[in-house]
Design a protein around this ligand. Sequence first.
Ligand code: NAP
Length: 284
Amino acid sequence: MQQIQGTTKLLGVIGYPVEHSLSPLMHNAAIAHLNLDYVYLPFPIAPSDLSVAIGGFGAIGLVGFNITIPHKQAIMPLLSEISPVAQAVGAVNTVWRKSGGWYGTNTDVAGFIAPLQDDNRDWTQCIAVILGNGGAARAVVAGCRAACFGEIHVVGRSPQKLAEFKSSCYSPLQIHPWEKLPEILRSASLLVNTTPIGMYPHVDESPVSAEVMAKLPEGAIAYDLIYNPNPTLFLEQAQAVGARAIDGLEMLIQQGGAALQMWLEQPVPVDIMRQSLWQKLGRT
Ligand code: NAP
């Protein structure tokens, strides 16, 4: 941790609750490595206090902040400018001060795509299947669109929420009830779990049965946004049928790296951010 002094500049994350957030750990690790005069703090802010808090952040000269549940959409009317990517997702996760106003963007999209870009693959003939139609699914759809997937299919349990999701997404996509999953999976190159099913402590749950997972073609990618446990049952099932597994930790690290780079306006040590979280989560 850097020494806090009169000149120290403030960054942070707002959420409610925010105690569980790993962001302070990874951001402060990068700040310390760069030997910069910044500190990144958690700010628990109740929904009813959001606009007062944002006004206060302006008054105290906060440089920028991340946004987590439940504020990612509620903050949008309080900002003076929103990037096209955040508009496409319909949610903001990163904010910084610009010309006296607050500018918002969404780095979850870049964070999601980052592990998929490792092998420089052409996805234009490939099919992405996304489980769930909540907030994270919106960033995943935008990411699949940015990665140029040929088809994007979203599977959900509520026909009404699925229809609303489709109409509010800028990306062309097809929606399906859960029962259609076995059929769609047969041609999938990427299967993404954006539901919380399987997250600690419910480690023996998966959004798909082993029988359905067996339809996933060998060599496909199974991507779980959950990072605790590692692997999830979903990823274990996928690996058992020959899929490549990606968990959500790298997305978390990469969205954080992209945010920190915007605030600091310089390259940031993503490897140090990764190392801090791997150490915290006991990964080797
Ligand atoms: P959310 O907005 O609450 O969306 C959750 C989605 O999962 C909804 O579509 C919901 O369906 C569906 N769902 C929940 N329980 C289900 C069940 N039993 N069967 C079928 N569908 C179910 O949450 P979110 O913000 O998108 O987050 C989702 C997950 O992604 C969480 O585990 C979160 O920790 C993770 N996440 C990870 C990262 C990262 O950086 N790695 C970033 C963001 C989120 P309904 O719409 O029908 O309710």
